[in-house]
Design a protein around this ligand. Structure first.
Ligand SMILES: Cc1cc2nc3c(=O)[nH]c(=O)nc-3n(C[C@H](O)[C@H](O)[C@H](O)COP(=O)(O)OP(=O)(O)OC[C@H]3O[C@@H](n4cnc5c(N)ncnc54)[C@H](O)[C@@H]3O)c2cc1C
Length: 255
């Protein structure tokens, strides 16, 4: 086995049975199969002062350990989809108060009803609609935020040591070019979906059905966050990686 470290893949191409990845210097590695596991980039808040505090009070996504670090503090959460709702309920178990900043006029626009109800029933969660963070402050760690209320057009400077943002993720799939079909957000379509999703049309070229995790290009597999409908968890990404080894062997036996 050979490992290539610290180099960005910038392109992908198929040449007959060859599946090749390309680097910025135009060199490439040719193989019979490729596993795409390039993950996602979390969308960042576009407000002055927050960029330099990422990882120091400002977090994109949250794990259980980060929620515990906020014990007894006030926590601000940006986002209004299910990931934000689940995080709010988790953080509320430890924080003194959780303030949800929601740009729209209602919480139930992008969040499941059961989460909206549970948030409504949690005493230490406050939901601020029509609100967004427009600035952050702090030297070594987040110390304060400026929150804009669109209803009153007023800005509020608040003390805050913790800000968690759940504003979406973009798959790192630009390098894949046109052959490997993705959905409208860029997530790689795999397995039975290759035959079912409209984006794939009649691209699948073989008489056999695609293997699980196989993309619209036979012999190219996708695992982890980059895959459409993946669970966005470490355990599932690792599991899919392990599963793809078996699937690669199955594919190699067919060519
Ligand atoms: C703040 C945060 C907290 C989280 N907490 C948890 C948690 O508590 N529990 C949990 O289960 N999950 C958690 N997750 C989710 C978990 O991290 C992901 O589900 C998991 O890492 C996905 O693994 P992956 O291999 O698909 O992608 P990644 O871990 O993102 O790995 C992708 C790799 O591909 C590389 N790459 C991308 N593009 C290219 C390219 N063009 N060329 C070369 N290399 C490239 C990247 O540099 C990266 O190393 C959290 C995520 C975040 C952001």
């Amino acid at each position: 086995a050979e490992m290539v470290l610290a180099r960005d893949v910038v392109g992908f191409e198929t040449r007959g049975p060859v599946r090749a990845v390309r680097f910025a210097d135009e060199s490439s590695i040719a193989a019979r199969t490729v596993l795409v596991a390039s993950g996602v980039s979390y969308r960042l808040l576009d407000a002055p002062g927050l960029g330099e505090l990422a990882g120091r009070g400002v977090y994109y996504g949250a794990s259980a350990s980060e929620a515990r670090s906020c014990e007894g503090d006030d926590v601000y959460v940006v986002g209004a989809a299910n990931s934000a709702g689940q995080a709010v309920l988790n953080i509320a178990r430890y924080a003194r108060r959780v303030v949800m900043l929601v740009r729209s006029d209602a919480l139930d626009k992008a969040m499941s009803k059961y989460l909206v109800e549970r948030i409504g029933a949690t005493d230490n969660v406050e939901v601020r609609l029509h609100s967004e963070v427009v600035a952050g402050r702090g030297t070594d760690h987040l110390e304060g935020l400026t929150v804009l209320d669109h209803t009153t057009a007023t800005k509020d400077d608040v003390s805050a040591n913790w800000l968690f943002a759940f504003i979406g993720a973009t798959p790192r799939t630009d390098w894949l070019g046109d052959d490997v079909v993705r959905d409208e957000r860029g997530f790689v379509i795999t397995g039975p979906d290759v035959l079912l999703r409209k984006e794939c049309g009649s691209r699948w070229p073989l008489t056999r059905a695609p293997f699980a995790l196989e993309t619209s290009v036979p012999g190219v597999f996708a695992a982890g966050d980059v895959r459409l409908d993946s669970m966005k968890r470490v355990a599932s990404a690792v599991g899919e990686g392990a599963m793809s080894v078996y699937l690669v062997h199955r594919y190699l036996a067919t060519i």
